[in-house]
Design a protein around this ligand. Structure first.
Ligand code: NDP
Ligand code: PYR
Ligand code: MG
Length: 413
């Protein structure tokens, strides 16, 4: 067994299996404590909630609790390995919710036959939670699932692989293009992958200024173009009227490569075909589309990012989902809308341009970090992410009319 594999398995197995547990927030020691916590005292909040469902936020943990829900059909870049195998990732997301945003989170892995079964299962348990983070559900089913659940639930439902990834990608991309001296409006963009992350990333880049006709998206069959007759409705949105068919055809002279597909699909030779000063986000986990050392040995004018913690420029949805839910839940938003997503993009990108606190340098194990090719996006352990993103998101929720309560004046200051 490799050292790292052994370490990872040991981390998950000891001192107790798994990464999360439940803790109590009230005393439960005496007869009186139990009389309040359970029978007869618990009947009082029951009556209050039955009279007004909003009281659930006052008397239960609902408002600080996010469910991380998966069916294990697209576990990272490992593929469809089923609900149970997705549990370490989902526990990991729950760990990150708690560690970075103080949100209680529980993972739920759903075995189901039809997409409708999955939707019904989630909709039927939604009242328990303040928000629902859908995770690692493959395209195209993820689009239908998220849409149906947004319609049926009155709490925020957010497919992290779509929108969390898109928000962080857009923040990193706008900064990377700025460092390279390029405008997003002019950028020729290649997106390898045409699933959950790909479609959402490209849609958000378009909202940030990219031109749809400048985007070449590829799936396992190659370039998505207007003469293909095998495209689902989501891929069709990216069908390019082009004669280009292969990755090599489209990557020639491209400014940007976004990989949200699978491991080792981009070669050093492909990279050499790109325009001057390219931006390469190889975001597949755990293994990127091209290893950073291979990319850097192929050319020295690129900005390179991966989804991993152990290389510079980690473009990973961990920079978004804990904080966007914090902001959304704190104003009891009924949804996470485009205004809130764009607010998160700008909050994330702004932090990367400011001096880095010494505790972040220490946690990252580096002497210095300065906005530039090796630092286009903040580190996940940056304590500024929580107040900045949560506040920006909460403000956007209030301004766009989806907040159900006012934002406290001193919120996150
Ligand atoms: N860094 C980050 O924060 C994140 C990274 N990701 C990564 O993105 C990847 C995709 O995740 P997600 O979108 O959720 O999964 P989906 O299953 O929804 O989509 C996967 C897409 O990748 C395409 N693909 C797979 N293999 C190849 C290949 N050999 N050549 C071309 N295209 C290929 C599939 O093509 P087809 O349609 O033909 O099947 C599909 O369009 C994963 O590796 C995941 O780890 C995802 C979310 C966040
Ligand atoms: C980071 C993440 O959510 C993924 O790779 O699926
Ligand atoms: Mg994921």
């Amino acid at each position: 067994m490799s050292d790292f594999r052994e370490q990872a398995l040991h981390y998950h197995a000891h001192p107790v299996p798994g990464k999360i547990s439940v803790e109590l927030t009230k005393p439960a020691e005496t007869v009186n404590d139990l009389a309040l916590a359970y029978s007869p005292g618990v009947a009082e909040p029951v009556r209050e909630i039955a009279a007004d469902p909003a009281n659930a936020y006052k008397y239960t943990g609902k408002g600080n609790m996010v469910a991380v829900i998966s069916n294990g059909t697209a576990i990272l870049g490992l593929g469809n390995l089923g609900p149970l195998a997705s549990k370490p990732v989902m526990e990991g997301k729950a760990l990150l919710f708690k560690r970075f945003a103080g949100l209680d989170s529980i993972d739920i892995e759903v075995k189901h036959r039809t997409t409708e079964d999955f939707i019904n299962t989630v909709a039927n348990i939604a009242d328990t939670f303040g928000g629902i983070n859908l995770e690692d559900i493959k395209a195209p089913e993820c689009f239908e699932i998220e849409k149906a659940l947004i319609e049926r639930c009155d709490i925020p439902v957010f497919h992290d692989d779509q929108h969390g990834t898109a928000i962080v990608t857009a923040a990193g991309m706008l900064n990377a293009l700025e460092v390279q001296g390029k405008d997003i409006e002019d950028a020729i963009i290649v997106c390898l992958g045409a699933g959950a992350a790909a479609v959402a990333c490209m849609e958000l880049l378009i909202k940030c200024g990219a031109l749809r006709e400048h985007i070449y998206m590829l799936d396992r069959k190659g370039v998505i173009h207007t003469r293909r007759d095998d495209l689902n409705e989501y891929k069709q949105l990216f069908a390019n009227n082009t004669d280009k068919r292969t990755l090599q055809d489209v990557i020639a002279d491209a400014d940007v490569f976004v990989g949200v597909s699978g491991p080792n699909l981009l070669t050093a030779d492909d990279l050499k075909l790109m325009a001057d000063k390219p931006v390469v986000f190889a975001c597949s986990n755990p293994d990127p589309e091209i290893a950073p050392e291979v990319a850097h040995s192929a050319r020295n004018d690129l900005i390179m990012a991966t989804g991993r913690s152990d290389f510079p420029n980690q473009v990973n949805n961990v920079l978004c989902f804990p904080f966007i839910f914090r902001g959304a839940l704190d104003v009891r938003a009924t949804a996470i809308n485009d205004e809130m997503k764009i607010a998160a993009v700008h909050a994330i990108r702004g932090i990367a341009k400011e001096p880095v606190p010494s505790e972040v340098l220490k946690a990252a194990g580096v002497e210095s970090l300065e906005f530039g090719a090796e630092y286009i996006i903040p580190k996940p352990m940056d304590p500024r992410l929580l107040p900045r993103i949560a506040r920006a998101v909460a403000e956007a929720a209030v301004e766009s009319g989806v907040a159900q309560i006012d934002m406290p004046e001193d919120y996150m200051r």
